[in-house]
Design a protein around this ligand. Structure first.
Ligand code: AMP
Length: 607
């Protein structure tokens, strides 16, 4: 009997988009999208809970949006893994009800049911899955799913959860810009630096990736959450309303004008003039004519903002425009000719235009899916984490274990001790952010390491390990080294971060670097002084010093304690700590070894 080679594993790539979702599969050197029975690749990411009890997903649900606005959920991706407070403003504009649920996470209420945004995402994924199964004629159980590069840990986890709920094994979460570059045939066989310019309906993103021997690394990302095709439509809406001269248009009229505006905009991408006859109730038919030059004049300030983001990303990546080897376009609004011209002028090279910008992300995900299925071994994708991760130490300082922009998967271990004598449990608070103090960072979670034997402060050696897997999901483990006691959690964030917040936190950290440094130093100094005072007291009990030396040490310790109580300034604390440290230097070794012996003795007598 001869063994036949294993059949290639079927893994699809899925672009789970805010507006539309779609699936693709590897085909030859590239990939192809999977279409529904009508030949349509795009599945609107919309779920309608029909009053007759049916749950309808996709195009049909989109058509029901106007009939059942409170029962039709769209743009759920904007809510995924985010706190209610973060989406309050956005939620007020939505026709369906968003409220705050457990751990303050945003939830969606429809009739008497309550859904997590990831449940809605799961329904969309299920529709994508069944469309793919229909197109392929076989079951699909595994996928690579893309997310924006700026999605935080919570949002990535929520996306994985959605896949799980949909009955899909999510083999990898991949950043959208990385997937897009793969689709453009930037397959890692040639080293270089790629700028991915993603201008969709509501948001703009730019990412800079470095490809080195088949490894894709995100060097920097930037963007604007409120910049995209919707704004361009609005420019034309205002232009049309100006011509209609209506003081207060009603919602139905606005809807009609908006649809007309989008139509004009799309025509202007292929023609130099666009005309439209608008027939509004109670008004004479109106012929609107606009030429591309006029539209471009209106667009210019918006497109300049996208260029400013590109410059920021370049500067974050310490690169110049001349060092970009390829420019890749994603998102429907990159079809606007002016976008392409401006980018060409800014970066000195014509952007790639060979791939449909709506399909690029899914096609790239399919290529990566094939790699993970083990069918293509020539590529490796590496992404980075957007914000530093660390734990709270004494006095509210943020001790970073993994720095922002570290390539994932990654791990780091550091040793910590306890601050209070005899403490048998230690709480570990995990934070994300760039600032020096935890109060300026975002808490991701916390857990407690129990069962420590009572020991003097400073003696337990607790090794804390942060492990971020290839999907950007964090697991934290703490082990007391001598006893082997262990506790760990997979971090489920208290709530997610919006991209604006990630950016704001990064900018804040730069702006406040100096004051943070001073505040952090003051905390470290106080902690050190406090430890010196209590350590010295204990040392004096354990060591047998001549009386004059004991007196000098006691005096110096008391002086330092007084300064601490009086909240003295950093320089006096520093001087007094140094003085006490000098006085006690000779007895330190002796005392430490007796303390260790005592602690071990204590533990044996406890066991
Ligand atoms: P996306 O979010 O990537 O699906 O992009 C959707 C946006 O692209 C919407 O604002 C569309 O109006 C816009 N769009 C699609 N096709 C074109 C086109 N040919 N010219 C200009 N904008 C377009």
């Amino acid at each position: 009997m001869t063994a036949s080679p294993p059949a290639p594993r079927l893994v699809i790539g899925i672009d789970l988009g805010t507006t539309n979702s779609l699936a693709a599969i590897r085909a030859g050197r590239g990939a192809r999208v999977l279409r529904d029975k009508d030949g349509e690749p795009l599945i609107p990411s919309i779920v309608c809970f029909h009053p007759d009890g049916r749950t309808i997903v996709g195009r049909e649900a989109k058509a029901l949006r106007l009939s059942f606005p409170e029962r039709t959920v769209f743009s759920a991706k904007r809510l995924i893994g985010r706190a209610g407070a973060e989406v309050d403003r956005e939620a007020r504009l939505l026709p369906y009800r968003v409220h705050r649920g457990e751990r303050d996470l945003a939830r969606i209420a429809v009739a008497d049911h309550d859904y997590a945004p990831e449940q809605i995402a799961a329904m969309v994924l299920q529709k994508v899955k069944s469309t793919a199964e229909h197109a392929l004629g076989q079951p699909v159980s595994a996928a690579v799913i893309t997310v924006p590069a700026w999605f935080d840990d919570g949002q990535r986890q929520a996306t994985r959860d959605a896949a799980h709920l949909a009955g899909l094994e999510c083999l990898r979460i991949v950043n959208e810009p990385t997937a897009a570059s793969l689709a453009y045939g930037i397959d890692g066989s040639k080293d270089g630096t790629v700028l991915v310019y993603d201008l969709g309906g509501g948001t703009f993103d730019v990412s800079i990736l470095r490809i080195d021997s088949g490894v894709f690394r995100v060097l920097a990302t930037s963007g604007d959450t409120h910049l995209g095709g919707d704004d361009f439509d609005q420019l034309l809406v205002e232009r049309i309303l100006g011509a209609v001269s209506v003081a207060a248009p009603d919602p139905y009229m606005l809807q009609a004008v908006r649809a007309a505006a989008e139509g004009l905009k799309i025509t202007l991408s292929s023609a130099t003039t666009a005309t439209l006859r608008l027939e509004l109730d109670g008004h004479a038919p109106l012929d609107i004519k606009i030429d591309r030059a006029e539209f471009e004049g209106l667009l210019a300030p918006y497109l300049q903002r996208t260029l400013a983001c590109c410059r920021r990303a370049l500067s974050d990546a310490s690169l110049t425009a001349a060092q970009i080897d390829d420019v890749v376009l994603v998102g429907g609004s990159t079809r606007i000719p002016m976008v392409r011209h401006l980018l060409h002028a800014e970066l000195g090279r014509a952007p790639h235009t060979g791939v449909d910008p709506d399909l690029a992300v899914a096609l790239g995900a399919a290529i990566q899916a094939d790699v993970l299925a083990g069918n293509d071994k020539s590529l490796l994708l590496l992404d980075v984490i957007p914000l530093s991760l660390g734990i709270e130490t004494l006095g509210g300082a943020m001790q970073k274990l993994i720095l922002r922009n570290s390539t994932i998967p990654t791990s780091a271990t550091e040793e910590f001790s306890i601050a209070v004598e005899g403490q048998t449990a230690v709480a570990l608070n995990i934070y994300q952010g760039e600032r020096e103090l935890v109060r300026d960072c975002r808490q991701l979670g916390s857990f407690t390491l129990h069962g420590l034997p009572p020991m003097p402060a400073g003696l337990p050696r607790i090794a804390v390990t942060f492990l971020v897997d290839a999907d950007g999901v964090l697991r934290v483990t703490a082990i007391e080294q001598r006893t082997g006691h262990e506790a760990s959690i997979q971090v489920v964030p208290t709530f997610g971060l919006s991209r604006d917040e990630v950016r704001r936190m990064m900018l804040d950290s730069i702006e406040n670097a100096q004051s943070d440094y001073v505040a952090r130093e003051a905390i470290d100094l106080r902690n050190k002084a406090q430890a010196m005072v209590s350590g010295t007291r204990k040392a004096l009990q354990l060591a047998s010093l001549p009386p004059d030396q004991t007196f000098a040490v006691q005096k110096s310790a008391r002086a330092l304690e007084k300064l601490l109580q009086a909240d003295a300034d950093a320089s006096s604390l520093k001087a007094a700590t140094e003085e006490l440290s000098k006085l006690t230097a000779t007895i330190a070794d002796d005392v430490i070894s007796s303390a260790v012996k005592r602690a071990l003795g204590d533990e044996q007598s406890h066991s």
